[in-house]
Design a protein around this ligand. Structure first.
Ligand SMILES: [Zn+2]
Length: 221
């Protein structure tokens, strides 16, 4: 699922004629088309047009569709006009939930609780590593940096997720590039290629990603 940030009255970063909400929608649509046509993946957008959509609704849509991979697109802006480049945000790493205090206070913690906590830990751990894995491929192909951030959509979704800041509207060159359809297409092509590489590298049961399985199946047939 691709999530173009902002929309409607919330235009995101605005610089002159450039609007973050419109630019990320254009890139999201290009990315969806490439993934569907070239890589036979099943792709949805959280919003298909210029409309308001709450952060909670974006997460609910991803959960409801049982999304395998969630990619949120944004454009950056900074007071320092020299700031440039792409950034890939993933959620904070999983935290150990079986706290020592619980075990100390209750000498015999319930087995059920313990097992559930371990399972949740493993799920979060897997999600974090899968998000990191796809981010590494993206950052490598698009020459960007991986960072961790408490963004709502990547923190609240349960599937592997990445928030991509596609460039700085406050940077003179990137301001022009990000509005250029040819540059947008290049970005989308590199993102699609990265997702394909991630799928090819993840076609084993540990990183079970349905969209990837579909692609691998087609290749074998
Ligand atoms: Zn944004």
């Amino acid at each position: 699922m691709i999530d173009p940030g902002h929309g409607g009255a919330d235009r995101g970063a605005v610089y002159g004629s450039a609007q973050e909400s419109k630019i990320v929608l254009q890139i999201a649509q290009l990315l969806k088309n490439i993934l569907e046509k070239n890589h036979q993946m099943e792709v949805s957008l959280t919003r298909e047009n210029d409309r308001n959509l709450s952060l909670g609704e974006r997460v609910r849509r991803a959960e409801k569709a049982e999304t395998d991979l969630f990619i949120s697109l944004h454009a950056n802006a900074a007071l320092d006009t020299r700031a440039r480049g792409l950034e890939f945000f993933i959620q904070e790493p999983w935290k150990q939930t079986i706290s020592e205090t619980v075990i100390k206070e209750n000498e015999y913690p319930s087995k059920k609780v313990e097992v559930d906590e371990i399972l949740n830990d493993l799920k979060s751990q897997n999600r974090f590593h899968t998000s990191l894995k796809v981010s590494r491929i993206l950052a490598n192909n698009l020459s960007g940096h991986i960072k961790q951030g408490p963004f709502y959509v990547i923190s609240k979704t349960k599937m592997p997720s990445v928030l991509i800041e596609v460039g700085f509207l406050s940077h003179a060159k990137e301001y022009l590039q990000l509005q250029n359809p040819t540059y947008q297409k290049t970005l989308a092509e590199k993102m699609a290629e990265s997702i394909k590489q991630f799928c090819m590298a993840s076609s084993h049961k540990y990183a079970k990603v349905g969209a990837c399985e579909m692609m691998v199946d087609k290749k074998i047939n």
